[in-house]
Design a protein around this ligand. Sequence first.
Ligand SMILES: Nc1ncnc2c1ncn2[C@@H]1O[C@H](COP(=O)(O)OP(=O)(O)OP(=O)(O)O)[C@@H](O)[C@H]1O
Length: 606
Amino acid sequence: MRNSWADSVENAGSGSSENAGSSSASGASALPKSSYVPPHLRNRTIAAETPTPSFSGPPVGSDRFGFVGQTGGSRWGGSRNDHGRQGYGGGGRGSGGWGNRGGGWNREREVNPFGNDVDVDTESAFSEQENTGINFDAYEDIPVETSGDNVPPPVNTFAEIDLGEALNLNIRRCKYVKPTPVQRHAIPISLAGRDLMACAQTGSGKTAAFCFPIISGIMRGGFPQRPRGTRTVFPLALILSPTRELSMQIHDEARKFAYQTGVKVVVAYGGAPINQQLRELERGVDILVATPGRLVDLLERAKVSLQMIRYLALDEADRMLDMGFEPQIRKIVEQMDMPPRGERQTMLFSATFPKEIQRLASDFLSNYIFLAVGRVGSSTDLIIQRVEYVHESDKRSHLMDLLHAQRANGVQGKQALTLVFVETKKGADALEHWLCMNGFPATTIHGDRTQQERELALRSFKSGNTPILVATDVAARGLDIPHVSHVINFDLPNDIDDYVHRIGRTGRAGKTGLATAFFNESNMSMAKPLADLMQEANQEVPDWLTRFASRVSYGGGKNRRSGGARFGGRDFRRDNSYNRGSGGADYYAGGGYGNYGGGYGPSAWD
Ligand SMILES: Nc1ncnc2c1ncn2[C@@H]1O[C@H](COP(=O)(O)OP(=O)(O)OP(=O)(O)O)[C@@H](O)[C@H]1O
């Protein structure tokens, strides 16, 4: 039987003591409740005073790539390292130093993101879960690699982490019983104030891994006063993601985690009316979740200032820094008014991290820790991977066979959710039309559709109304859609990392999933990386694919997987042969880089 984080929740009826513990710990060294005024309240109630960032020095050591940090105190009123995971300044868990942010922006009007589940009683929330007998502890075996100076030790339970009572309650409302492996390692690292590059399998809980420390840090407070009396807003945290839908999803998640903490999360993405987003921003923002294009727009209109950014998180960081998009990210991070690395805390997350991208990313980081959890890629054995040889002209009928078989096996004749990836936007529309004509309700998501159409398509798919979603790579990364049981690569991507993210739309949070790829002569460049990846994930590799793989000269190009057999996401700093001057002659030259299936154009980025 396979093991599951999700299922572990169901199995955790008796194992909730860590959470119970966290809720009961209340006393230790409490800060006086009345002493803390949330930043946005302070903005409104205290005389305007534009802060003069001192930029007086990075709190952590100098960067090994030549960043010479200034010395002296941080402008944040203390060393970034002063909030270690044992508790900020010796403060204990519990209500003492926490929860006193509640008087912020009209908290009573905050929409409850949990539906009616607000008053969930923790103990009963756990005991209500089904016990499926699945053993969560088997994940203890997952390989983990960390590198960097003084890596803070991992934790085993949420109770060991000083996140704050209000956030702990939301974690229980989310029915998260135990941290997932990436959370066990990444949260203590981030709480210790360290920069982080984290590589962990798809569906393994990376969103919470960067959201929890950010929310917790903002709850803790201690930031300089933000200016008031201006229409420019000054978020404390920025979370960037590559697509609109992913930004919306992160926003939804972060709002749950931040519920009733007084921390305000706002999202800004392209394709939606900017005025509405501006109104929302003007009501106050602590954490801004954004796509790069819309953010640049807001920055250029001086509606948002990054001057006060304390936390920067890049989700799908390798995509954010790949060719074509890197300049936009550099503009945001390096050429606007964001505090430099070392003064802000930077967290980069993805399931894939090619070494060349790591090198680029290191420009944004200061004395960072590299963390790789599990094999890189969703090469988790939770996803059964199949590859079938299918001529171009036979693809449709082959797809039909798969869908018929699936329907026959479906629960009460219901079609399980199936995500079909294709190469082009036109191809997506054509396939959707053909499926509908043949009695399979389908919808499509790609960069040529309006944002409204995209959102409608996603909603209709999630609800099961149209159980087949035909997508370009715009849906390849990050989307967490429960019950996707089958991902079909109708057209394989040109890049093995894209394949990893695509199949990762199934088999999430410990659930099992199936991924089928159609392969033919036009995919020869994928033969070797695909065979390697499948082998690494203990999948059955067809003989014909092995033969193709050995025939194809494998001279590099984009499909070179970086790292050793166990960790595709090895820290590039460990690679002796690597140096800035010579790093991988031209990694991007081959393999059609910049052509992400025709569906990943700039429209997905604003
Ligand atoms: N500690 C936890 N216990 C149970 N479920 C969890 C826990 N943490 C996260 N999850 C759930 O796991 C699912 C996947 O999480 P998430 O979307 O953050 O994955 P991810 O690692 O970011 O994936 P991707 O690489 O595809 O972006 C979500 O539904 C989330 O609610």
